[in-house]
Design a protein around this ligand. Structure first.
Ligand code: SF4
Length: 168
């Protein structure tokens, strides 16, 4: 696995950590069901439509897409709803942190919600760096568990691509 692939996996892992620890365990054990999720497909389509006209962009490590907006470097992400806001926020913060470690500073993030015509700006703070360092350690601990964490039994489960696996 290349370094970019590892980083990509870690970005998804950070996201899943904040969504559901059980989902994270499935993913890190090679059980991937996102291709079954219609919501994932719709999300990708909305993102592509939103940014297809933006020509000023660069891709780093085939992983992080940076847009130039007013001479600033921005990671843009588009979401249908705010339901997984914290997970999306920390995934972007992780990419900003990753770029900072590569010597690319001053990157910010924006999460767009086209349905509600709203957007959130994401800025990396010292507190976020501490949270991310701790999160990576926790992700490793979950990865090496021999059995998955318990079912969360939450309303988000009904929209989760692993629903059948947890509740069949
Ligand atoms: S269905 Fe619920 S418990 Fe199972 S992985 Fe998804 S969010 Fe987690």
């Amino acid at each position: 696995m290349s370094f970019a692939e590892i980083m990509k996996a870690t970005g998804v892992e950070i996201n899943y950590y904040f969504v559901c620890k059980r989902k994270l365990w499935f993913f890190t054990h090679g059980i991937n069901m996102e291709h079954n999720s219609t919501r994932v497909e719709i999300g990708k389509e909305v993102h592509e439509q939103s940014f297809s006209r933006n020509k000023k962009e660069i891709m780093i490590d085939n992983l992080i897409c940076l847009d130039f907006i007013d001479k600033k470097l921005v990671i843009n992400e588009t979401k249908l709803t705010k339901s997984m806001q914290k997970a999306t926020k920390y995934q972007i913060l992780y990419y900003i942190y990753y770029l900072e470690k590569k010597g690319i500073e001053g990157v910010t993030g924006v999460i767009h919600y086209p349905k509600s015509k709203r957007k959130d700006t994401i800025l990396l703070t010292d507190q976020d760096r501490k949270v991310l360092d701790k999160t990576i350690k926790s992700i490793y601990a979950i990865k090496y568990q021999t059995t998955p964490p318990p079912i969360e039994n939450d309303k988000k489960c009904k929209k989760c691509s692993y629903y059948e696996l947890c509740y069949c």
